[in-house]
Design a protein. Sequence first.
Length: 299
Amino acid sequence: MNPGKRKYAVGFVGIGKMGLPMAIRIAARGYPLHVYDTAADALTVICAQSGVQAATRLSDIGRDCEVVILMLPDSVVVKKVLFGDKDGLAVHLKKGTIVIDMSSSSPSVTRELGPRLETAGVAFIDAPVSGGVKRAVDGSLAIMAGGEAAVIARVKPLFLTMGKSIIETGMLGSGHAMKALNNYVSAAGLLAACEALKVGVDFGIAPDKIVAVLNASTGRNNSTENKLMQFIVSGSFNSGFSLGLMRKDINIATDLAKSVGAQTLLGEVLLKSWAEAEVKLSGAADHTEIYRMLEKGNI
């Protein structure tokens, strides 16, 4: 595979809220793209928008593609797609193929899957993303790439179709570890911002004034800048990232801390809060809806 001479065929498995705009950007840059999803509606949308080729089976992706991107809900699904009993992708991959797991997966499972693929001559790297649907659409995602540097270098032009910041994090699994840790910090910032907003409103301060002060002061964070007014004060609660996925990433981060013997003072509090919100609001609810739990006094 020599990306300097031609654009290699790319398989994209998982055309969801994030996967759709990411795949569209890859196709727009001229990569021959083959897409697969168990939801027929998702395939219909991307084929109509980009004219890409929909695969009817995972075996088609393995046969036709030199690079395969997985954008799936979690490690359980990733493992099933790769090594499922009936039509696992791994058995259909050609030697020399590169598999990129861009899902928010467990670092420990990623480290387990890498050697299994390597025995078949397939390279495996993890490259989860941060930035949400908006940045997936405009191609400015942050991509955390873990694995062999030489393999990452071969697919960096592909990453640049989707992201602006490509950060090599180290060994296999380190990208997924950093994605979980990033969302751990993000969840803490959002919950603190929501609590401050609720207290300020109850005291009688206008929401826009609260947000303005936070963003002009040391309390500023991603949530105060990009979520409070846009999705919470507005009442839209449609940021595009689910509450259940946030809870999952906090869980991965706290499990990671335990595995290395580290203490996370906020970890258990965050996990409990987000787990309760998931039960009461549903995992499909937007993650910004955690503010509604505070309004009801349920956290």
